[in-house]
Design a protein around this ligand. Structure first.
Ligand SMILES: [Zn+2]
Length: 89
């Protein structure tokens, strides 16, 4: 198990990667290589978090449209999302 600080650090790193991707996408022409790299990094971080975080599950609903909403479960420590019941994947 990772300690809480490592979880938070990895979750923040993922968020920063997403911001970096967004920036790169807007500012640069040849984005393919760097985006495939950040994609790989995000997958690796996700895997590490999902396997090693001592998850604290929170259930929430997200609105897809004014009439439709979807139940999601996420971990409040690492912000990983889980579809369906935790542990069943
Ligand atoms: Zn977690």
């Amino acid at each position: 198990m990772m300690n809480e600080d490592s979880c938070t650090m990895l979750a923040n790193m993922k968020k920063q990667l997403e911001e970096f991707e967004h920036f790169f996408f807007l500012e640069c022409e040849n984005t393919h290589d760097i985006l495939s790299l950040t994609q790989k990094l995000k997958v690796a971080i996700d895997l590490k978090l999902k396997n090693d975080c001592a998850h604290v599950y929170v259930e929430d609903e997200i609105d897809l449209s004014p009439e439709k909403s979807k139940k999601i479960t996420y971990c409040e420590k690492c912000m990983s999302c889980f579809s369906g019941k935790p542990g069943s994947s």
